[in-house]
Design a binder for this molecule. Structure first.
Ligand code: FE2
Ligand code: FE2
Length: 288
C-alpha cells in the first residue's frame, strides 16, 4: 500500500521539487527545432550565476575541450544543444542533492554518498555509450546522473519512512528497492520517473529512470535503460559512492543481447571511470 505521505505528493497536495524556471525554458528551447545557439545562450544568460557555472564546467578538464570557450553561444555551438542542456541540468540537479538532510551517524548513506554514486553512474553510462556507439551519449550521462533521484524525493518528503527502508535493507540484506516497496509502497525508480516526467524531460529519460532495475520492462529505449542498469551495477560493485544498500544486483542478460557487452569488458570500463572519478567529484563540488 502506498504511504499516505507519498500519496499526498502524487496527488499534488505537497509540492514536489521543481526545476528553476530558467532550466525549464532551456529544456523546451532545446526541444524546439527552430531554436538557434544564440537563443540557447540568451536563456542561460538570464541567470548570471548559472552562466558562470556553465562556462566553468565546459572549460573544466572534465569536458576536455581543446581550447578555451569564452561565450555561451560558442559553448552551445561546440558542444551541441543537448550537451549544454545537460550541463545546466547537472548544475540544477546538484542543487537538489546538496540540500541538507540528516541521517543517524551510524548510517553509511548520505546525500553526498548518493551524489558520488550518481556521478560515477553518469560517467560509467557515458563510457558504455561510447563503447557501443550509442547515438545519444549525452543522454546516457544525464540518465546515469539522475537515475536514483527518487531517493532524494523520498528523503525529503517521506524522511522517516525512507530511514526505515534503509534500515530494513541493511538489516535484512535486501535491496533498497524492495525495502522501499514494503515500507513506502513504491520505489525510487517509480517516483523518480514521475518527477522527471513532471519536469517534461523526454520519454526515453523517464523510461530509463522507471526501469533501471528491470530493463526488460522498458517501453521506450531499451538500450538506454540497459546502459543505466549496467552502470548502476558496476558502480556498486566497485564501491564508488553509496546508494543505500550493499547488494550488487545481478546483471541482466540484456546487457549481452542488447549492448553486446560481456563480463570481460567490465574491468576496462571501470578502469576508465576510476581514472577520472576523483577529479570529477572534486570538480562538481567546486562548481556548486
Ligand atoms: Fe536505483
Ligand atoms: Fe543507483
Amino acid at each position: 500500500m502506498i504511504s499516505p505521505q507519498l500519496q499526498e505528493i502524487l496527488d499534488g497536495k505537497i509540492e514536489s521539487p521543481t526545476l528553476p524556471e530558467v532550466i525549464m525554458r532551456l529544456l523546451s528551447a532545446v526541444d524546439n527545432p527552430e531554436s538557434t545557439a544564440p537563443d540557447i545562450a540568451r536563456i542561460i544568460g538570464t541567470d548570471p550565476a548559472l552562466m558562470v557555472k556553465v562556462l566553468k564546467l565546459v572549460n573544466s578538464p572534465f569536458y576536455g575541450m581543446p581550447r578555451q570557450i569564452a561565450t555561451l553561444t560558442q559553448a552551445t555551438v561546440v558542444m551541441g544543444f543537448s550537451a549544454i542542456r545537460n550541463v545546466a541540468l547537472t548544475i540544477a540537479v546538484f542543487d537538489e542533492f546538496s540540500t541538507d538532510s540528516s541521517f543517524p551517524k551510524n548510517f553509511e548513506y548520505t546525500r553526498e554518498k548518493l551524489w558520488e554514486h550518481s556521478i560515477a553512474a553518469a560517467m560509467t553510462a557515458n563510457v558504455i555509450a561510447t563503447r557501443i556507439n550509442y547515438s545519444k551519449k549525452e543522454d546516457a550521462f544525464i540518465a546515469g546522473l539522475i537515475h536514483d533521484i527518487g531517493k532524494v524525493v523520498f528523503d525529503r518528503y517521506t524522511h522517516d519512512d525512507f530511514l526505515s527502508a534503509l534500515t530494513l535493507a541493511d538489516a535484512g540484506g535486501m535491496c533498497l528497492f524492495d525495502a522501499e516497496r514494503e515500507i513506502i509502497g513504491e520505489t525510487h525508480a517509480f517516483i523518480g520517473s514521475w518527477l522527471v516526467d513532471k519536469w517534461h524531460l523526454p520519454p526515453h529519460l523517464t523510461d530509463a529512470l522507471r526501469h533501471h532495475h528491470a530493463p526488460e520492462m522498458s517501453e521506450v529505449d531499451q538500450k538506454l535503460v540497459t546502459i543505466v542498469h549496467l552502470a548502476d551495477a558496476l558502480v556498486r560493485e566497485e564501491g564508488l559512492g553509496f546508494a543505500g544498500d550493499s547488494l550488487v544486483p545481478p546483471i541482466d542478460s540484456l546487457v549481452k543481447s542488447e549492448l553486446g557487452l560481456g563480463a570481460d569488458s567490465y574491468t576496462d570500463i571501470m578502469q576508465e571511470v576510476k581514472r577520472n572519478f576523483t577529479t570529477a567529484i572534486a570538480f562538481f563540488q567546486s562548481v556548486a
